[in-house]
Design a protein around this ligand. Structure first.
Ligand code: AP5
Ligand code: MG
Length: 217
């Protein structure tokens, strides 16, 4: 199964990608996670990306396209992949099409998770992520059993640099301007499956599985 998860910041792409990864045993490919790890390690890629990410702006297309081109050729993508946070612009979507044609892995579905912007701000300001294993929590909606400690691995939880309200507003504007046009792009290709991202995480997961099994779009 070759999938894209589309949706604004905080829609639950990462949360659902992790659940789909366990269910289908295919890797989650998050450009945000790859870039954050490069920033943490201080690599040339990380140094280039940091200024954009801190401001809540998108990293240049050629940088992320290069990352995806390499990553999709790795052996673990043999049986499928879940793209989380890529593509985010029309040039990225076009480049992805070329890459997938070359490696003969056509897309099966593009899942668009819809959530209103006030809910997105609430989710992002309360998000906490595990430093060790990347598991995601929310201080109110999905709190860890022990404050600031990961339920899964016992690692420390942290708040993402770009989860400050002002940066969140910039990320939402970038989404509207650059990423939202991809909804139409994939609708035209008859690949888009839109779902309401409000409700419990398991409920949303079940909705996604249901749309995969539905015959028509
Ligand atoms: P990225 O890391 O991709 O961030 P994003 O798209 O802004 O999305 P988020 O990760 O913030 O949200 P999410 O949808 O994954 O939600 P989550 O599951 O965490 O990108 C970061 C930056 O990297 C970009 O700004 C850009 O600079 C750069 N970048 C990355 N990719 C790029 C690209 N392709 N091109 C250019 N630049 C790129 O959930 C959020 C919170 O809500 C969590 O606390 C979670 O527990 C909670 N939650 C989840 N589901 C529910 C639910 N159903 N109910 C209540 N709470 C919920
Ligand atoms: Mg994410």
């Amino acid at each position: 199964m070759n999938l894209i998860l589309l949706g604004p910041p905080g829609a639950g792409k990462g949360t659902q990608a992790q659940m789909l990864m366990e269910h289908y045993r295919i890797p989650q490919i998050s450009t945000g996670d790859i870039l954050r790890s490069a920033v943490k390690q201080g690599t040339p890629l990380g140094k280039q990306a940091k200024a954009f990410m801190d401001k809540g702006e998108l990293v240049p297309d050629e940088v992320v396209i290069g990352i995806i081109d390499q990553r999709l050729r790795e052996a673990d993508c043999k049986n499928g992949f879940i793209l989380d946070g890529f593509p985010r612009t029309t040039p990225q979507a076009e480049a992805l099409e070329t890459i997938l044609a070359k490696i003969e892995k056509p897309l099966d579905h593009v899942v668009n998770i819809e959530v209103d912007s006030e809910e997105l701000v609430r989710r992002l300001t309360g998000r906490r992520t595990c430093k060790n294993c990347g598991a995601m929590f929310h201080v109110a909606f999905h709190p860890p059993v022990k404050e600031d400690i990961c339920d899964r691995c016992g690692g420390p939880l942290y708040q993402r640099e770009d989860d400050r309200e002002e940066t969140i507003r910039t990320r939402l504007k970038e989404y509207e301007k650059q990423t939202a046009p991809l909804i139409r792009y994939y609708q035209d290709k008859k690949l888009l499956r839109s779902i309401q991202g409000i409700g419990g995480q398991n409920q949303i997961f079940e909705q996604i599985i249901r749309v995969f099994n539905a015959k028509s779009v």
